[in-house]
Design a protein around this ligand. Structure first.
Ligand SMILES: *[C@@H]1O[C@H](CO)[C@@H](O)[C@H](O)[C@H]1NC(C)=O
Ligand SMILES: *[C@@H]1O[C@H](CO)[C@@H](O)[C@H](O)[C@H]1NC(C)=O
Ligand SMILES: *[C@@H]1O[C@H](CO)[C@@H](O)[C@H](O)[C@H]1NC(C)=O
Ligand SMILES: *[C@@H]1O[C@H](CO)[C@@H](O)[C@H](O)[C@H]1NC(C)=O
Ligand SMILES: *[C@@H]1O[C@H](CO)[C@@H](O)[C@H](O)[C@H]1NC(C)=O
Ligand SMILES: *[C@@H]1O[C@H](CO)[C@@H](O)[C@H](O)[C@H]1NC(C)=O
Length: 555
């Protein structure tokens, strides 16, 4: 391609040598930099020059923080095409592009801008951005090319990670191959705009981690709140969708980077007292952030002893594997879907929305349910913060539960599954009630047992039963009622036992006619003396759940 006249090298040699100490931040067609020389941004924040790593003789053109040692490189030009001999030159070619030439003047790298300038100037800005612009243009911010459009592994304040929807330009991060090798490594962190916007980390082509989906309000559980170090920015409009950030303290130094070894995505800040980088957060919080760890329809909750379980209404495809902590097989619906109006939806809250969805911005959120219900392949839907609906087709993957925040969505279930849930719901309500009245019921139950044992002796004298437990005198009618309710609750057939609401009603109301209790289900004649009977019962109820369970499973 372009060949640079030899005299430029001479001019270069005259203008600069490694002892040339005046900081320069621009290059022009008549000014180049060669090995040993650097550009330094006006505020001395960043430096551009040649570097090599380890014992390699490969040379790269890069940008690093001027004040930080060891050298922290934030951008590399010729990442795919190192110089193998130490002499290279960065200059501006005849067509106005920035070019990196090797010793035999072959173009190793070019800025490749299609627009040309009359008076091209390249400048290293204090933001770390290397820009190419027309020196005779009135607007100095009208860049023909900028390094911020070609991020490598590092996002600096003001850089974008995302997508220009109009031009298709995609700004994404790529890890280094290793600490000593700035050629592109295996990890990429890139916007995925097929459904709701999300950022996906891949190793090669294999998805490792999703940020969570942008629903117009939050990114999974990540709220965009300013923190002590930086202010995260998320922009999503017709033209662009991107993540960016700015430092709260303009003189602070922080960066967002994809680690070459682990693929972890970290925000780091420079501690200028301890002179080291400090990781202030890692995007992948815990094992629940490993992509699709719990398999299809599985959900991950880091607070559970066994972190994976099937979503409610689903059951392990292979219970044996799932219980053996091999979750890859995932889950299947507990009851088969019927399609159409035979199905309904169950709401899940505080979740990370499943992977890949279809987003319909033009739909009112009221329509979401109906639209999903009427399409048998629609597995789930969600309403979004921005008006619109999201639909899922195919299996649901990579779901996790959060303690707070998170998002909500609805999964299609067989109507019968939802009914069983309603009953379960009632049972849960009952458990709560039971915990309130269980003390009383236990007392009633004990009373009944004692009464049964002592029937002959205490008939007609229920107060003798009560006194042992109660400090205030209890009216005889009350004691009789409690005993009778207790007996109703322990009838042998569960269907005969009153529901908890009716128990409360019986205990509450003054003049209810209580039904006559039938044969109790728990009575044995095993206990020889009252004292032993009582202690056995107490022991029994504390050692095993038998007593309580019976009450919980009341109707
Ligand atoms: C470039 O480097 C190679 C290997 O280090 C060496 O053999 C060769 O002589 C060098 N070429 C020049 C022109 O210095
Ligand atoms: C310069 O680059 C060209 C093309 O990559 C290559 O053929 C040539 O050997 C390189 N010259 C040196 C001195 O490395
Ligand atoms: C510049 O464009 C050429 C030709 O289109 C291409 O081969 C080369 O990879 C591009 N270089 C960069 C740095 O994008
Ligand atoms: C901003 O950062 C600089 C350099 O780290 C520090 O000296 C200064 O105290 C900070 N200012 C505030 C307001 O935190
Ligand atoms: C959304 O609806 C508006 C008005 O109803 C229409 O002009 C627009 O083309 C629609 N957009 C899409 C993506 O369907
Ligand atoms: C269901 O939705 C999918 C995806 O949008 C679509 O391809 C399919 O045609 C729809 N089916 C019906 C019956 O509407």
């Amino acid at each position: 391609m372009e060949r640079l006249p030899f005299f430029i090298f001479c001019i270069t040699c005259l203008l600069f040598n490694s002892k040339f100490s005046v900081a320069v931040d621009t290059i022009s067609p008549s000014r180049a930099i060669t090995d040993g020389q650097t550009l330094i941004s006006a505020g001395e924040k960043f430096e551009l020059g040649f570097f090599s790593r380890g014992s390699s003789n490969k040379q790269y053109l890069g940008i690093w923080f001027k004040s930080i040692h060891p050298q922290t490189v934030v951008w590399v030009a010729n990442r795919n095409n190192p110089l193998t001999n130490s002499s290279g030159a960065l200059t501006i070619s005849g067509n106005g592009n920035m070019v990196l030439l090797n010793q035999t003047e072959s173009v190793i790298w070019s800025s490749n801008s299609s627009s040309t300038a009359k008076n091209p100037v390249a400048q290293l800005l204090d933001s770390g951005n290397l820009v190419l612009r027309d020196g005779s243009s009135g607007n100095p911010e009208n860049y023909l090319w900028q390094s911020f459009d070609y991020p490598f592994d590092t996002l600096l304040p003001g850089m974008k990670l995302g997508l220009n929807i109009r031009t298709g330009e995609n700004w994404y991060l790529t890890s280094w191959k290793s600490e000593d090798d700035p050629s592109p490594g295996d990890y990429t962190y890139k916007f995925d705009h097929r459904g709701l916007p999300q950022i996906v980390l891949r190793k090669g082509s294999v998805v490792q981690f999703r940020s969570g989906s942008w629903d117009g309000v939050r990114f999974g559980s990540i709220k965009f709140d300013r923190n002590a170090v930086f202010n995260p920015i998320f922009v999503c409009n017709e033209e662009e969708v991107y993540y960016s950030f700015e430092n709260n303290n303009r003189s602070a130094i922080s960066r967002f980077v994809v680690n070459d070894q682990s693929g972890s995505i970290q925000h780091m800040t420079w501690n200028d007292r301890r002179l080291e980088w400090v990781v202030i957060f890692t995007l992948q919080k815990d094992s629940c952030d490993s992509y699709a760890l719990c398999g299809a329809y599985g959900t991950c909750n880091i607070n559970n002893a066994q972190i994976c379980k099937c979503l409610k209404g689903f059951t392990p495809r292979s219970p044996q594997d799932y219980n053996a902590l091999d979750w890859s097989g995932g889950c299947v619906p507990r009851l088969p879907l019927k399609c159409g109006s035979k199905d309904g939806f169950r709401k899940f809250t505080r979740m990370k929305l499943p992977d890949t969805s279809i987003f319909n911005r033009n739909m009112s959120s009221i329509e979401c349910r109906a639209v999903c219900l009427n399409n048998c392949s629609c597995i789930a839907y969600a309403k979004t913060g921005i008006s619109g609906c999201v639909f899922w087709f195919g299996v649901l993957l990579d779901i996790r539960e959060y303690v707070e925040d998170g998002q909500e969505f609805y999964i299609r279930m067989a109507a019968s599954e939802l009914e069983s849930n309603n009953n379960a719901g009632k049972r849960v309500a009952v458990i709560v009630t039971v915990s309130v009245v269980s003390g009383m019921l236990l007392f009633v139950f004990l009373s009944w047992c004692i009464r049964k044992r002592m029937k002959k002796r205490i008939e007609g004298k229920p107060l003798e039963l009560i006194d042992a437990f109660m400090e205030d005198p209890v009216p005889e009618s009350e004691s009789l009622k409690c005993i009778q309710v207790g007996l109703l609750c322990v009838q042998i057939r569960p269907d005969d036992r009153p529901t908890m609401p009716s128990v409360l009603l019986m205990l509450d109301s003054e003049n209810t006619m209580l039904p006559q209790p039938k044969q109790p289900g728990f009575y044995t004649e095993r206990f020889p003396v009252e004292k032993d009977l009582l202690s056995s019962i107490v022991k029994k109820s504390s050692n095993s759940n038998d007593v309580t369970i019976t009450m919980l499973e009341g109707r």
